[in-house]
Write a protein that binds this ligand. Structure first.
Ligand SMILES: *[C@@H]1O[C@H](CO)[C@@H](O)[C@H](O)[C@H]1NC(C)=O
Ligand SMILES: *[C@@H]1O[C@H](CO)[C@@H](O)[C@H](O)[C@H]1NC(C)=O
Ligand SMILES: [Zn+2]
Length: 447
C-alpha cells in the first residue's frame, strides 16, 4: 500500500504541477489585451467559400458591448449578417462618421503557410500570422480599441455620432453586403457624412490613403466558326479569330503597361486587361482531339478601369476590335457595381483642401506623429465605391507602415507594434473627425 501511496503522491504532485502550469498559461492567454482581442477575431474562420459569420458577429457584438457601445445585427440577404456598432454623438443631428470593414476574407492554402492561417500565431518578432491580419480584420479591431481608449482613458465625447459597420461578402463583390447596405433605409437613417474604409499596407514610413477605386469589368469573348480537319488551312475558324483577338488585346494591354513601366502612370491609373481563362477544343480520353479544329472558342478577362475612364469607349473598342460580330464573335460584360455617382460624376473623393474631411484626416495623421504619402487610387476594388456612389466622401485607409503588402497572399501577417500604433492613429482620426463642427452643410447630399 505504501508503494501505491508513494506513487499516488508523486503522481498527484506531478498532476498539480501540470495544473499550475496549465492555469498559468490559461491566465496569460485570457489576459485580455488589444492583441489578444485581435487574435480572437483572426481565429474565426471567415474565409470563403464558407465564412463563419455567426461566430464573428457574436465576437464583435460582445467586444462592442464590453465598451458600452450599441451593436445591432442587420441582414440584407439570408445568412449574410452585418454588424452595426454605434457611439452616439452629443449632436446627433450632424451627419455621422462611418468606419467600415469587411468580416470575410479570401481562402488560404494551409500547406503554403509557415503557421496555420487561422492560428493567429505571434512569433518572437511580434509578427501575427493569419489570413485577414492585413485584409482587413486589423482595422475592424483597431476601430473598437481606439474607441475603447477614447472613452475610458481620455474621457472623450464625440460631437458627431460614430458608426462602425462590419459587412459580409466584400471579397465576392459585396452584392449581398455593402451594395444592399448602402441601398437600405437603415443606411439612409445613419445620415453618413464621411466614411473610412480599408486601404493597404505601406512598405515605407508613410501611411497610404486611397481616394478612388478602379472599376471592375469581367469580359467573356466567344468565337464560333466552321469546324474542319486539323490538316486544312481555311479562314475564320473559331480558334483563328479568337487568337487574332487575343493579339489585339495583348497590344492594348502592352500599351497600358508601358505607361506604367515608363513611370508616366501609376498602375491604378491605367486600364488593366488580364486574360484569366481560355476554353476550346474537344476533350478525348487522352486529352484533346488533335486533328479537329473546334467550332467554338472562348476567353475570359479581368479588366479594371480607373474612375475617370470612359467605359463606353472601351465597350466600343471591344465590339469593333476585340470581338467583332463580322468575325462571328460575341461578348458578355459583367460590370462590378456603379461607375458613376448619383449625379453622373466619377467615383472620386477629393483629396485636397476643397474637402474639409480631407483636411481633418490629414491633420489627424500628422497630430499622431505620422506621415502621409501622396493620395492614390486603389488598383483593385473595395466596398467604398457603393458609398461614393451616394456622394459620400470616402477614404481608404489601413494604418500599416513599414509592412510588406500581403493581402490575399500566403503568410499574411501584421506586426503587433504596427497594429498597436494603428490604434493610436485611429484615436487621433476618430476624435478629430467626430469633433468636426461643420454645421449641417456637409451632409451626404452636398459633400
Ligand atoms: C460564321 O459562322 C458560320 C457558321 O457557324 C459560317 O457559315 C460563316 O462562314 C462564319 N463567318 C465568318 C465570317 O467566319
Ligand atoms: C480637388 O480634387 C478634385 C477631385 O480630384 C478636383 O476635381 C478638384 O479640381 C481639386 N480641387 C483643387 C482646389 O485642387
Ligand atoms: Zn479587404
Amino acid at each position: 500500500m505504501a508503494m501505491y501511496d508513494n506513487r499516488c503522491l508523486s503522481l498527484s504532485v506531478f498532476a498539480l504541477t501540470l495544473l499550475l502550469l496549465a492555469s498559468t498559461t490559461t491566465q496569460e492567454e485570457e489576459e485580455e489585451s488589444p492583441i489578444t482581442r485581435f487574435q480572437q477575431y483572426l481565429r474565426i474562420k471567415t474565409a470563403h467559400p464558407n465564412p463563419d459569420y455567426e461566430s464573428a458577429v457574436s465576437l464583435l457584438t460582445s467586444q462592442a458591448q464590453s465598451i458600452g457601445l450599441q451593436a445591432q445585427t442587420l441582414e440584407f440577404a439570408p445568412g449574410k449578417p452585418l454588424v452595426l456598432v454605434t457611439w452616439p454623438g452629443t449632436n446627433p443631428s450632424l451627419p455621422s462618421i462611418l468606419l467600415n470593414s469587411h468580416i470575410d476574407s479570401v481562402p488560404a492554402e494551409p500547406s503554403n503557410w509557415l503557421y496555420p492561417p487561422f492560428s493567429a500565431t505571434r512569433t518572437s518578432e511580434g509578427k501575427i500570422y493569419a489570413r485577414g491580419s492585413q485584409d482587413d480584420k486589423c482595422i475592424g479591431i483597431q476601430y473598437l480599441e481606439a474607441i475603447r481608449n477614447l472613452r475610458f482613458s481620455h474621457n472623450f465625447k464625440p460631437l458627431r455620432t460614430i458608426h462602425i459597420s462590419y459587412v459580409p461578402d466584400e471579397e465576392i463583390g459585396g452584392v449581398d453586403g455593402s451594395a444592399k447596405f448602402a441601398a437600405s433605409e437603415e443606411f439612409k437613417d445613419l445620415n453618413v457624412g464621411f466614411m473610412l474604409d480599408e486601404g493597404q499596407a505601406s512598405t515605407t514610413d508613410e501611411f497610404r490613403v486611397f481616394y478612388a477605386d478602379r472599376w471592375p469589368m469581367r469580359l467573356i469573348i466567344k468565337a464560333v466558326g466552321l469546324p474542319g480537319h486539323g490538316s486544312r488551312m481555311y479562314d475564320n475558324t473559331a480558334m483563328e479569330n479568337l487568337m487574332k483577338s487575343m493579339e489585339v488585346i495583348s497590344q492594348f494591354r502592352g500599351n497600358q503597361f508601358d505607361l506604367v513601366k515608363a513611370g508616366l502612370a501609376a498602375s491604378s491609373e491605367v486600364i488593366s486587361v488580364n486574360p484569366v481563362y481560355l476554353k476550346a477544343g474537344s476533350p478525348s480520353p487522352t486529352g484533346f482531339v488533335m486533328n479537329v479544329q473546334p467550332s467554338e472558342a472562348e476567353a475570359g478577362f479581368d479588366i479594371r478601369l480607373p474612375p475617370t475612364a470612359e467605359p463606353d469607349l472601351l465597350k466600343k473598342r471591344i465590339a469593333d476590335e476585340w470581338a467583332p460580330a463580322t468575325k462571328n464573335m460575341t461578348f458578355q460584360i459583367r460590370e462590378g457595381g456603379p461607375m458613376r455617382d448619383y449625379m453622373g460624376r466619377p467615383l472620386i473623393t477629393a483629396a485636397n483642401d476643397s474637402n474639409p474631411w480631407w483636411c481633418i484626416f490629414k491633420q489627424a495623421i500628422i497630430a499622431a506623429g505620422g506621415k502621409l504619402a501622396k493620395p492614390e487610387m486603389l488598383a483593385s476594388t473595395s466596398d467604398a465605391r457603393f458609398m461614393r456612389q451616394l456622394g459620400i466622401p470616402t477614404l481608404g485607409f489601413s494604418p500599416m507602415i513599414e509592412t510588406p503588402i500581403l493581402i490575399h497572399e500566403h503568410n499574411e501577417f501584421l506586426k503587433d507594434s504596427v497594429f498597436l500604433k494603428g490604434i493610436k492613429v485611429y484615436e487621433s482620426i476618430i476624435s478629430s473627425l467626430s469633433s468636426f463642427d461643420g454645421g449641417n452643410t456637409f451632409g451626404s447630399a452636398t459633400a
